[in-house]
Design a protein around this ligand. Sequence first.
Ligand code: TXA
Ligand code: MG
Length: 322
Amino acid sequence: MQTLRLASDETGIAQAAKLLRQGQTVAIPTETVYGLAGDARNGAAVAAIYAAKGRPSFNPLIVHVADLTAARRIAHLPPQAMELAQAFWPGALTLVLPLRADSGIASLVTAGLDTVAIRVPAAQAAQALLRAFDGPLAAPSANASGRISPTTADHVLDPDGGLDTRIAAVLDAGPCPVGVESTIIGWHQDRATLLRPGGIPAEAIEAALGHRLDHHQADPDTPTAPGQLSSHYAPNAALRLNAETALPGETHITFGRPGPFSLSPTGDLTEAAAHLFDLLRRADREGRAIAVAPIPDHGLGTAINDRLRRAAAPRQASSSSK
Ligand code: TXA
Ligand code: MG
């Protein structure tokens, strides 16, 4: 299949919506990362997402909708979820919610769970596409399973491990401004729980709720949220963390000072998140081991450190073959 690159103008968005209506898969820009979208009501389209990514089928997908009204047609939002939706949607927050019996969502999206992950993206192109398509879009990050999430259309089409020829199109709206995936919140015994740190800092969510979040303990052997598989975000090179200086033969990703691989010369965590995945890819292409400077572990730094730990974790067999 030839993968089209569509501009995020009216024509490109209409074309993307048309392909999605036909049950095809299209990579779409969001403010966090590019997602690989398919019609969430069409089981065959959802199966095509899993196939293009080579993703294990037990891993459920995030459903993207245009607004809260569309979310409420798919899931029940208890009062705390409503508060968070009103505070952070549209934006980089995903809520894991009880699925409605009449949701119309293909069971492959939730991998048979009775909960569904929903998000209202803020990116203008994603909003325009959701309105043109007029339905829910299932979209995991648009990378092959086990690889780093894409933050540009070039990453999506990367000849080394990208999705070129495996998907119908990519809608190109330039680099993603947030650069790390959404924060995922679920509820365990009615307690709001952080399932994945991401683009909205946990501190901001705690401030909106007025209390602390429970933190999901990632157990590498039992991935309850399968994105928690430890080697989920993997470059090819070995990665060494908390490295103030590089050893001979290492590429050094720095923070708080300038350099060819600086996450943020001024030590700005928002800028660092936006640059993270592109820098990891660029450093990987140097073909040497990578050393990464320490990153403060608060605000967006929590999500950055989470992704770095996964990138540094021992590889699972499935990620090296993709
Ligand atoms: O920013 C993002 O969240 C991006 C953009 C494209 O929206 N999407 C993304 O999707 O990161 P993905 O598939 O790479 O990660 C979705 C995560 C996975 O860890 C999955 O296991 C979890 O959400 N998830 C989905 N449905 C779930 C559910 N019902 N219960 C628990 N975890 C769920
Ligand atoms: Mg992903």
